[in-house]
Design a protein around this ligand. Structure first.
Ligand code: C2E
Ligand code: MG
Ligand code: MG
Ligand code: MG
Length: 283
């Protein structure tokens, strides 16, 4: 009987592996087609100042609405885009579309764009960013690029000089998913970021887990001492918001404040008198 179970399990494993490979194959083909047909879109998720509640930034997040599969997560298709050599083209499109969109926003609102490590391997990244900002007329200080630690993990001097050149334009550099990498602290010494985004895994249980709270508290102090801005991602409850505000976290992002949404919806939100209604935060 045990033998039979084992065989069944093996067969099941085999089949699911197959299914994953088939999906992957299909996604590769269809991602190429989607890019060619300009079928990707951007949503924007607001970040608010924790004290004033005003929108100070919005993060561009890629969306792919596949005709039969429905919405495919960027967490799934970005790695595919990297593997099949499409990330340069997609990344260029995101920056262009994001900058064009952000020119319609109040001058106090920055645009945040995610950059994958592989984009640093594509030629002309600096020139592309510089010319896009110039052509769209977006002041460089209104652009914030989100990178992850993996960028610096095996980085060569080319990566660091590209980062320095981009920063030299006045563009801000944020470290995304802070706390989930391997050795965050050494990067802080090697590279002066403008902002740290505390990963949502530390935020989700901040109200109930004293350890998470202690870590977030320490990170916020660290940011303050280093002169680096702090943002919290994945804030879903008013309790988390209040706690983060009390701890001195400058910016808040998460479903509580707003889910990623089409540009037109964000613009309506920015137009309405108060971006983020304080009544919803009950301390
Ligand atoms: P990220 O940059 O860390 O983005 C945050 C992710 O958390 C987004 O998922 C966002 O929708 C989600 N999120 C925001 N607030 C909450 C919340 O309160 N609760 C929960 N549970 N989730 C929240 P999304 O849009 O699926 O993006 C996943 C990842 O895909 C991003 O993580 C980013 O690494 C990558 N990505 C998205 N757009 C781009 C892009 O244009 N270029 C590159 N290179 N990567 C991108
Ligand atoms: Mg991000
Ligand atoms: Mg993040
Ligand atoms: Mg994250």
């Amino acid at each position: 009987r045990a033998k039979g179970d084992g065989r069944n399990r093996y067969r099941f494993f085999d089949t699911s592996l197959d299914a994953a490979a088939r999906r992957r194959n299909a996604l590769e083909q269809e991602l190429r087609a989607a890019v060619a047909a300009d079928a990707l879109s951007l949503h924007f998720q607001p970040l608010v100042d924790s004290r004033s509640g005003e929108i100070v930034c919005a993060e561009a997040l890629l969306r792919w609405n596949h005709p039969s599969l429905g919405s495919v997560s960027p967490a799934e298709f970005i790695p595919i885009a990297e593997d099949i050599g499409l990330i340069g083209r997609i990344g260029t499109w995101v920056i262009r579309k994001g900058c064009e969109t952000a020119t319609a926003w109040p001058e106090t609102v920055r645009l945040a764009v995610n950059l994958s490590p592989r984009q640093f391997g594509t030629p002309g990244l600096f020139t592309m960013i510089e010319s896009t900002l110039r052509e769209c007329g977006l002041p460089p200080r209104r652009l914030e690029l989100e990178v992850t630690e993996s960028l610096l993990l095996n980085s060569d001097s080319a990566v660091e000089s590209t980062l320095a050149a981009i920063k030299g334009l006045g563009v801000r550099i944020a470290l995304d998913d802070f706390g989930t990498g391997y050795s965050s602290l050494s990067y802080l010494r090697r590279y002066r970021f403008d902002k740290l985004k505390i990963d949502q895994s530390f935020i989700s249980d901040i109200e109930t887990n004293a350890d998470s709270r202690a870590i977030v508290d320490a990170v916020i102090r660290l940011g303050r001492d280093l002169g680096v801005s702090l943002a919290a991602e994945g804030v879903e409850t008013s309790g988390q918001y209040e706690l983060l505000r009390r701890l001195g976290c400058g910016e808040i992002q998460g479903y509580l404040v707003g889910k990623p949404m089409p540009a037109a919806e964000l613009e309506r939100l920015m137009d309405s008198h108060q971006a983020w209604d304080d009544d919803r935060i009950t301390a």
